[in-house]
Design a protein around this ligand. Structure first.
Ligand code: RM4
Ligand code: NI
Length: 296
């Protein structure tokens, strides 16, 4: 295992007794992969960028709320005027832990349950609370620490309430496509059900598929198939994985079906494709299932 950058509480919290801190980023620069010895709530207020989160890459933009666990590895890339606020907290040692915990996603929750997007108008409403918290958390007396936690509690309750609210305002077309692209890119190895996706995100299926077609010239399933084949080609070139492992990594349960699709789309079988590259590559540089993780 290689070591990532690790950020420490002592560099961001005003003293040992503080349990909450605010780090505002008017311009979040690209930031290398890291973990922390504290948890982090990220509120994105404008701009956009790519958020690398463990093995996933998500486009992020205004209204995104992310709950990062201390042991998550994350970072930012391709940022564009990305503005965010980090609320750092030591989940294990909060004085108000028993109440605050009720409003935080579980440590074990999947990423998809630790990120959501709220209307930008809500972000505006939350801003004054972040400002207050920023001021309070810079004091190191016990009352200020308690007050910071009370403000943090207020913050997570409001976020939870916003999340519960029926979201009847349709996100903009760009927003909808953004969410769809993200989910598709994260569905290469798993199944994807468009109807379910639309239901979960409260989106109109017909107009979204039309939008998608206009934007990409492809159907949604055609696009996902392309993503899967690209991934398969990369695995065939760069790894020594068996065809059945590769078909599973690319979301195909049946490797015969995978091979048939591959042949239809590329005019060659997966093994023929691999052999073509194998002639030019030194086999020892290939990744085997045991010596490294799959390159993304
Ligand atoms: C960085 C970046 C990191 C955060 C630190 C405190 O700019 O936002 O994710 O952990 O600040
Ligand atoms: Ni971080």
């Amino acid at each position: 295992m290689h070591k990532n950058l690790r950020l420490y509480k002592q560099d961001y919290f005003i003293s040992d007794i503080n349990t909450v801190a605010v780090e505002k980023r008017e311009h979040q620069d690209p930031f290398p992969l890291h973990d922390h010895d504290f948890d982090e709530l990220v509120v994105v207020s404008s701009g956009n960028g790519l958020h690398i989160w463990n093995d996933y890459i998500y486009p992020i933009t205004s209204g995104d709320i992310l709950y990062i666990n201390y042991d998550d590895v994350h970072g930012y890339e391709s940022v564009n005027n990305l503005k965010l606020d980090n609320i750092l907290y030591t989940r294990e040692t909060l004085f108000l832990s028993s109440i605050i915990e009720k409003y935080l996603p579980k440590h074990s929750a999947k990423h998809t349950e630790r990120v959501w997007r709220i209307q930008p108008s809500y972000i505006k409403q939350l801003q004054p609370l972040i400002e207050q918290l920023a001021i309070e958390s810079k004091k190191n007396n016990l009352a200020a620490v308690h007050l910071s936690e009370a403000l943090f509690l207020q913050f997570v309750i409001l976020l939870d309430r916003i999340k519960q609210q029926p979201n009847d305002i349709q996100p903009t077309a760009t927003h909808q496509l953004d969410i769809l692209f993200t989910v598709l890119h994260n569905s290469i190895a798993t199944s994807f059900n468009f109807e379910m996706f639309c239901k979960d995100h409260n989106l109109a299926a017909r107009s979204l598929s039309r939008l998608f077609k206009n934007q990409t010239g492809m159907t949604i399933s055609g696009y996902l198939q392309k993503l899967r084949l690209c991934k398969a080609m990369s695995l065939l070139r760069n790894t020594a994985y068996s065809i059945s492992i590769i078909s599973a990594e690319c979301g195909y349960d049946d490797s015969n079906y995978f091979s048939a699709v591959f042949k239809k789309e590329t005019d060659q079988t997966p093994s023929q494709y691999r052999a073509k590259f194998r002639d030019q590559t030194d086999n020892s540089s290939l990744i085997t299932k045991t010596n490294m993780s799959v390159p993304q």
